[in-house]
Design a protein around this ligand. Sequence first.
Ligand code: SF4
Length: 120
Amino acid sequence: MKRVITCISCPKGCRLEIEADGKAFVSVSGNKCPRGAEYARRETEAPLRVLTTCVLTRGLDIKMLPVRTSGPIPLERLAEAAAAVRRLTVTTPVKAGAVVAADLLGLGVDLVACRRAGKP
Ligand code: SF4
């Protein structure tokens, strides 16, 4: 199976043509450096994404707190992680960068606030 993606490892944005056998990486063309090959392999075999979403707050000056994971997580766990975040409520003031939930789903990344939220 062949598919085309854009490498996001640097601003050049090379067009990568990936040949795969199911989830098994076979080859890539179009990459101008080895990082593109590694990106193509990872996107084929174990794609990762940073989750960015919002958490409900209660008793604070904003209703929804923008949050993101401190690092990428497996794409296949993204929906599960988003569902877990929807069950959270932040009730105490936080600074930008504060950990809202540690070790989200045991994935080894924290959920961190993207901005402050304070008392109304
Ligand atoms: S393949 Fe290399 S040069 Fe091309 S976008 Fe990816 S990192 Fe940049």
